[in-house]
Design a protein around this ligand. Sequence first.
Ligand code: HEM
Ligand code: LAN
Length: 443
Amino acid sequence: MPSTIPFVGHSIQFSKSPVEFLTAAYFKHGPVFSFTMVGKTFTYLLGSQASALFFSSKNEDLNAEEVYAKLTTPVFGKGVAYDVPNNVFLEQKKLLKTGFSISRFKHHVHLIERELLEYFNRWQHEGEADLFASLSELIILTASSCLHGKEIRSLLSEDVAQLYWDLDAGFSHLAWVLPAWFPLPSFKRRDRAHRKMKELFLEAIRMRRSSQTKEDDMLQTLIDASYKNGRALSDDEISGMLIGLLLAGQHTSSTTASWLGFFIAKHQDIQDALYEEQRKVFGKHADGEHANGEQSHGHLSYDGLKECHLLDLCLKETLRMRPPIVTMMRMCKTPQKILNYVIPAGHQICVSPTTNHRLPDTWHQPQFFDPYRSFMDKFVYVPFGAGRHRCIGEAFAYVQIKSIWSYLIQKFHFELVGGKFPEVNVTTMIHTPSDPIIRYRRR
Ligand code: HEM
Ligand code: LAN
């Protein structure tokens, strides 16, 4: 694509409205096109056929760590994720996957419910609340309860939440363009937060290692795990993975849960149907035992969540319209033939879930929230990616977000403030709702 501005290239148009920019380019230039931004060449692969190359390629050809490590290693630390060869990270993902079992999820639902009861107690009878801020706070607590275990959850004071925000701010646009050592205040805060967080986690790991009893949680899975060659995970690797787990589940889930809330508030007919579904599913489960003998501790249960089909469809449709990861990237290492193009080594190759999820030639009326729509072509619905880099957190995210919204739908009725649906804030790396205030009233 030609640009009149040297070096800056298409940065300005892209940063103003990336999805509109990419969609327009798709119609003008087809499913494969390149442009430059701050001296780098980006090649986008859009639509089912072109995206297939991205998702089925080998890491040696389209490399993830070369583009991501700069951002992630200062946050997670060394020895995990994009700091290690991809086959090692794949083993780490496998270990994490074994930690996400159905029996764990059953327990998670009760942990999440406990956090929900405590957290939303502070809401009034009716009022307005910053939904995104509330769900962000809540999800740190639920994710930590479920993924870190009780020792670390009990450390989550306001100081620690601040450390978390400082670390999280490491995922910034500046971190893409500046070297990790650059003396920027936000980088210094990130590095300090990393050191402090790591200290806390190392202490919790040491305590757990020396404890007589074995817990049934992710921390225990990681402590007991070993690589294929028999080597156990080091404390540094475990603490890196614990940071990774928290960050992976935080932004993605808090934005998704917020957007879902705004869609529910906008579509009152859907909200009514969701309320009915909750009454039907959890009404019968409210006390006593479930059909399969699982004891019900409160209102929510994993088996009940499975039966909330409409809620499931609404979450799926929210992830179509507002997937948290707007763009995934790889460094092109070897020339790639695709359709009638050859992409040279050195380009950054990208797929945009957000753009794929809205292509007008692929979806029927993509701009409308329709939980009943059908999902057809391969690789055009990719909120969790696909292939070797695919997300392992999908099932956990569904459990977490469905628990939260089951509870909220049962207890509250929601409306948009002044009928206004939040705009998308595209200046954040994960597209957040701007002015995310919602009206609530207890049922
Ligand atoms: C990878 C989305 C929650 C852990 C990914 C990728 C996407 C994604 C799109 C692929 C990135 C790429 O190919 O470049 C999401 C969404 C979530 C979510 C939409 C929630 C709504 C979680 C949670 C965890 C998690 C809760 C862990 C507890 C991971 C891991 C990877 C990954 C380990 C692997 C990255 C790789 O192999 O390169 N996620 N994620 N995610 N996610 Fe998630
Ligand atoms: C992220 C978060 C940021 C995100 C964007 C920069 C927004 C996106 O444009 C590209 C993909 C990226 C970098 C991304 C990839 C996968 C990450 C790094 C995460 C979802 C955050 C956490 C996840 C990571 C692989 C989880 C690591 C887990 C361990 C156990 C170490």
